[in-house]
Each structure stands twice: as C-alpha cells, then as structure tokens.
Design a protein around this ligand. Structure first.
Ligand code: HDE
Length: 685
C-alpha cells in the first residue's frame, strides 16, 4: 500500500470545479489549507494524530452548529420586507412608525407553527405565529402575534402547563406537532377559559392553505400614547391581500407526506417569482370608557373585540419581498420580544402580556447564549444604540474611553437619558388588594365561544365539529372525551350532540358548572374564513396531468387562462422528463406524478388521449390524483380522454367538473372550492 501513498492524495475524489479562481480555503484563524479531505495520520492506514488541529477545529465547530431550538414556535419561515404607513395616527400616538406617511420601514417577519420541533412538517393542525420586527428609526418594535386573535389561557403562570400538555408526551415522545392526544385534551378539559380558543383551533384557521393567506393579530390590548400624554387602547390586525384560505383536513394530512415544507416552499416560490405577499395593517382603537361598556374584559386574552363592535381602521401595509440570505443567521437567530417597543406605544395590564414581557428576553439568553443577542445582525436596530452596558459573552463592540457609567462628569460625549425623546410608561394610578386573584370580569368562558361557533357558515361548523370528533377520537381516556362534550354543551347543544354522536357517546355527559352565565352575543360574520375568502386565482396553483399522446393545444389554452388569472401552473406527468404530445413534441414536466399529487394544487386539469387514459388506469397515483381533487372540493377540467379517465376513477360529475375546451368555465370554477360537493364525498359530524 505504502508505495501508492502520495501526500495530498484525495482518495480518488475529483475536486476540480469549473469556473475561475476560487478563494483559498482557510481555518478560522486564516491559515490556508492544503488538504480538506484527509486527516493527519501516523501512516496511511495508521491512527489519526491528536496533533491535527485542522481536523479538530473543523469537527469542533460542526459539533456546536446547533443552538437550542425555540421552546415553542420552533418551526418557522422568515422573510424580509417593508412596512408603509397609509394613514397617520398622529392624534393618538407619538410613535413615528404610526405617524409618518410615506416612510418605508424595513421589517423581518417570521411565521411559525407552535407545537412541533424545528424539523417538523409545515401543515399540522396548529396555531400559526405571526411575528414582525419593525426596524424603526426609534428602535426595534416587535409585534409578536398569532393568526388567531385570542389565546388559551388568561394568566402567564399557566403557559408552561399548557405547552407541556400539547407537546409530545414525555414518556413516549409522540405525537410530534399535534393536539390530537390525551395530555392536551386532558389539560384543556380542565381549563374552561380555553373554550373560545378551542373553537378557533378546531376551525380551519389552523390548517391554512398558505402563510400568505392567514390573518395576524397582536392579540392583547396595547396602548397608544399621544404628545399630550393621553392613552387610547389599540388592537393590531394584519389582513392578507390574497384573502383567507384553508385546506380540507384530509388534504392537509396528505400534504404533510407529499411536501413537508409546503408552506415554506410556497413562500419561497412566491418571493422568487416576484409575487410579493402583502397584508393590510389595521387597528381597533377604543377608549377606557368604551372598554367599560364591552360585555367582556379586554384585558382577558381569551376575548376578542368583534369588528362589528369596534371597526377596523386600515392604516398601512406590509410587503414581503426578500428571502433571507441564510436561514440560520436570520430566521433562526432572530429574537422577537414583546418588550421591543417604541415611544408612543405601551403595554396594557393583560396578565398574559405582562408574563410574556419577562419570557422572551429570558428565553433568548439560553437560545442565543449571550446577553449580546441584540448584536447579531438580524436583531440589531437600524438606529444609533448607545449606553453603558459592557462586555459579556460574544461581545462584538469595542467601546472606547474611560467611562462606562452614568452619570459621569469625565466624558462629554457619553450618552444621557432624554425625557423629551425617551420612552415613557403611561402614568396610571393602580389601587386594590394585592393577591393571587383572577378578576371577576374574566369569569365568562363560553359566551364568545358560542358567538364564534354561531358566526360560522354551515360548512365551517361541520368542519369544526368533525375536527373535534377526530381529535377526541385520538384520546384514549373516555372521561376526557366526555368532559369535553360537557363543555360543548355550554357553547351550543347541537355541537355537543354532533360530537357525542361522532364519538358514539350514548348518554350525554353533564355540563360542568359555569363560572358565569353564558351571554347571547350578536353573531360576527367577520369571524368566518369563507366570508373572508377572495374568488381569485392569484397566489393559487393549478396542476395539469398529462401523459404521452395528450393534446398540446388544450394544455396550452388551460395554461394561458390560468396564468393570465394569476395562478402558477405546473405540468404533472408519469415521467419528469415529460410526455410526447399528440403532435410528437415533448412537453417537459414540472413534477413526476408519483411525487406530485393533486393536494399540492388548488384545481387540476386532466388532458389525456384515449390511450393515455387507458395507460393511466394502471397508475394508482393517477387515480388518487383525480379522486383526491374531487374529494377536496377542487375544480377539475377534463378533455375527452380526461373525462373517460374520471369515469374510470369513479369521479362524479358536478358543476365543478368542466370541459377542458372551455378554459373560462374552468377558471371561474377554480377560484373557489366546490362546497356543495362536500355532502356527496364525506360524512361530517
Ligand atoms: Fe409566545 N413565546 N408565549 N405567544 N410566541 C415564544 O419566545 C410565551 C403567546 C409567539 O418567530 C418564545 O423567542 C409565554 C401569545 C410567537 O421567533 C417564548 C406566553 C402569543 C412566537 C414564548 C406566550 C405568542 C413566540 C419561544 C404566555 C400571540 C415565535 C421562543 C404568557 C400573541 C416568535 C421565543 C418567533 C415564541 C413565551 C403566549 C406568540 C418561550 C410565556 C399569547 C409568534 O419566550
């Protein structure tokens, strides 16, 4: 062997890469490397030497590549963009970002699921985090919200229990990223205040079609403070330009297998195609006097203020237009904290918010490992930062001079506080008795849950009831299922009956004692998803299934009509290299049939020759393609061969199944789900 040995032998690997001069690879100390393939050995087949500092540096760095993932919201997708104010709130606040029209403020937004780990799938049934960092001229403002306007609990002290209950069960370490298990529902069934949130998480809000199609909410009440020192309460809202849209439960389950990165990929593809997602920014403004008249306490995060009670005022827009350069450096290391606030905005006494003010900076210490996490570029404010804080792990700054304290008389240039420009907390007199007390005004746990359920369309109510049946079917402990049905009886007897029937509970469980009488609140259509959908193909995707012998003209017509309507179009064929069309030309496919099921599209077209239809009848992936499209209430366009295939696959005919030679009819049908079809394809609770 030894006679074959040559120093720098690459073990037969070829490392010549086309292109010009490459920069020389170095260690982290700048030492140029001569060999990045072989460790230093005592002889060619001998032991590796401890002396090999190059190997040790490389492996040591690799060993420490990971940082602790977020304890919640670990799975996330981040994007850069900007915020633009369209209506000034000068009358209410001194915050520049809410008063200066026409200024573009850079933002970084991170969307996340809550329960799963960083590598979990994008599409479980879960709340979505909607966190936005505004790099304002007065410092960073983080609006760390969710896609649901209320929360499970009223007091921060309950949060660790809630999260322990929802995360994978500690003895068996499953399920990953799912509420459908015993510990979650056990906890919920013992926490009546979570019932309003339960309605939201069992609705299709938790299975969104795209991150570009979710709303965002600051959840808590905040305060705006104007230059006279007056306070107005405010709730913050994001409304997606593409409208709201969700998946069907069966569809989302299948998407998880077909594309675990479904939402991240969708966002990436939209940004790289220049189709920048956009949200309206809106506020609900209200006074203390108005708040006193609400039939609930606005400091209770399990309550929302219906838009019908306090209308939304649109004051700006956010456009996301730049994908990060590096996932770890930006999306993973970004540190959102509700404490990142600017002068003119202040907190309310919501006890959940108050607890969050401690939690976020604290968690960054263990996650990012240093009190200097604000120096990581994604976290650094884009205005001057100046204070007397010094040193600490991973300090990047080199402050100069003798003085590191304030007040001082030795340094003329050292920073001083500024009562004129600085942040002021709203001055408010606090009175009352100290204690571990829950306010009486927080006692009503069912009224808004009822309001939410009653505000939904019949389709949405059926999905919600079926979601409850599915989730509780995964709960092994019968008493937990029964306890949940008991709570539902306070919300809506009919809902309780439907869920009980779905679980085959024969004797209706008793409802628990309610801490406060359930109120009849007016319904609020703004709480629906269907009411907030837009009939559009913007941001949607169309899949065209073809095989050898398909008609190129029909394909082209469908493709053009769909593209003109704003959709992204993908060709799906049994082989990714493409299919030989009727005229003999090859059409390259965007996806191979077996790996590109119809769950990845909002509507599909099936363009087949008679022979092609016959050939595909041997492909279960093709049969699933059309059956799932039909079952998921999608429009289907089919030409003669396509129709023969639909018949073979036992796919029914209805208004949503149209002739592929009439692309306009297809486009119209594709803009919405075929809700009326649902009763024919699925038994819902
Ligand atoms: Fe969070 N939450 N949370 N949360 N939260 C975190 O902070 C916490 C709550 C939300 O993309 C953690 O940096 C407590 C409500 C989002 O990086 C942690 C309580 C709302 C994100 C934390 C809540 C949220 C987090 C984990 C109850 C909607 C992801 C890692 C008092 C208004 C931000 C981190 C991102 C993340 C604590 C409740 C939204 C542990 C104690 C209510 C969007 O600090």
């Amino acid at each position: 062997m030894s006679q074959n040995y040559t120093p720098n032998n690459s073990g037969g690997e070829i490392h010549q890469i086309a292109g010009g001069e490459h920069p020389v690879m170095t260690t982290n100390e700048g030492l140029a490397l001569s060999d990045n393939q072989n460790s230093l050995k005592a002889n060619p087949r001998g032991p590796v030497l401890l002396e090999d500092f190059i190997l040790r540096e490389k492996i040591m760095h690799f060993d420490h590549e990971r940082i602790p993932e977020r304890i919640v919201h670990a799975r996330g997708t981040g994007v850069h963009g900007y915020f633009e104010l369209t209506e000034s709130l000068k009358q209410y606040t001194t915050a520049r970002i809410l008063t200066e029209l026409g200024e573009k403020t850079p933002v970084f937004a991170r969307f996340s699921t809550v329960a799963g780990g960083a590598g979990s799938v994008d599409t479980p049934r879960d709340v979505r985090g909607f966190a936005v960092k505004f790099y304002t001229q007065e410092g960073n403002w983080d609006l760390v919200g969710n896609n649901i306007p209320v929360f499970f609990i009223q007091d921060a002290i309950k949060f660790p229990d809630l999260i322990h209950a929802v995360k994978m069960e500690p003895d068996r370490a499953f399920p990953q990223s799912a509420t459908a298990h015993d510990t979650f529902w056990d906890y919920i069934s013992l926490t009546p205040e979570s019932m309003h949130m339960v309605m939201w998480i069992m609705s299709d809000r938790t299975i969104p079609r795209s991150l570009r199609m979710i709303e965002g909410f600051g959840v808590h009440s905040f305060r705006l403070i104007n230059d006279a020192g007056e306070s107005t309460f405010v709730k913050f809202h994001w409304r997606p330009k593409l409208g709201l849209q969700s998946n069907i439960w069966d569809e989302t389950v299948k998407i998880a297998g077909a594309d675990p990165d479904f939402h991240r990929r969708d966002m990436f593809e939209a940004i790289t195609a220049g189709k920048y997602p956009e949200w309206e920014f809106a506020v609900q403004l209200f006074t203390q006097q108005q708040a006193d008249s609400f039939p609930f306490d606005h400091l209770d995060a399990t309550k929302l203020i219906p838009e019908e009670l306090v209308p939304l005022k649109v004051i700006g827009r956010m456009v996301l237009d730049r994908w990060p350069n590096n996932f770890f450096a930006e999306t993973e290391q970004v540190a959102f904290c509700p404490t990142h606030i600017v002068p003119g905005i202040d907190f309310s006494n919501d006890p959940l918010l108050q607890g969050r003010l401690f939690s976020y900076p604290d968690t960054q210490l263990s996650r990012l490992g240093s009190p200097n996490f604000h120096q990581i570029p994604i976290n650094t404010a884009k205005c001057a930062i100046s204070n007397q804080q010094r040193d600490g792990h991973m300090q990047m700054e080199q402050p100069i001079g003798r003085v590191a304290y304030e007040p001082n008389s030795l340094s003329e240039n050292s920073p001083r506080e500024s009562p004129a420009k600085g942040f002021h907390s709203f001055v408010v007199a606090e009175t009352g008795e100290k204690g571990r007390i829950r306010a009486e005004s927080f006692a009503d746990h069912y009224s808004q849950a009822r309001q939410f359920y009653r505000s939904q369309t019949a389709y949405e109510q059926a999905h919600l009831a079926s979601a409850l049946v599915f989730e509780l079917s995964k709960v092994e402990h019968v008493h937990v299922r029964e306890a949940m049905v008991g709570h539902l009886r306070h919300i809506e007897e009919n809902l309780a009956q439907r869920v009980a029937a779905g679980l085959a509970i024969v004797k209706m469980p008793a409802a628990p004692v309610a801490a406060a009488p359930v109120q009849e609140l007016p319904t609020s259509p703004a709480l629906q998803i269907i009411g907030k959908m837009k009939d559009t193909l913007e941001g949607r995707a169309i899949g065209i299934l073809i095989t050898d012998g398909s008609n190129g003209m029909v394909i082209e017509k469908i493709k053009k009509a769909a593209t003109d309507a704003g959709a992204a179009v993908k060709i799906v064929a049994p082989k990714v290299g493409g299919a030989k069309l009727a005229g003999g030309s090859m059409l390259v496919a965007d996806g191979q049939l077996a790996g590109t099921p119809s769950v990845l599209f909002d509507a599909v077209a099936v363009i087949l020759s008679d022979e092609g239809a016959a050939a595909l009848s041997m492909e279960s992936a093709a049969v699933d393609f059309v059956r799932d499209a039909f079952g998921h209430l999608k429009a289907i366009a089919a030409d003669k061969g396509g129709q023969a295939f639909l018949q073979f696959a036992n796919v029914g005919l209805d208004a949503g199944v149209v002739d592929a030679n009439n692309p306009n009819a297809f486009i119209d049908a594709a803009k919405t789900r075929q809700w009326d079809r649902e009763k024919n394809v699925r038994t819902l609770a």
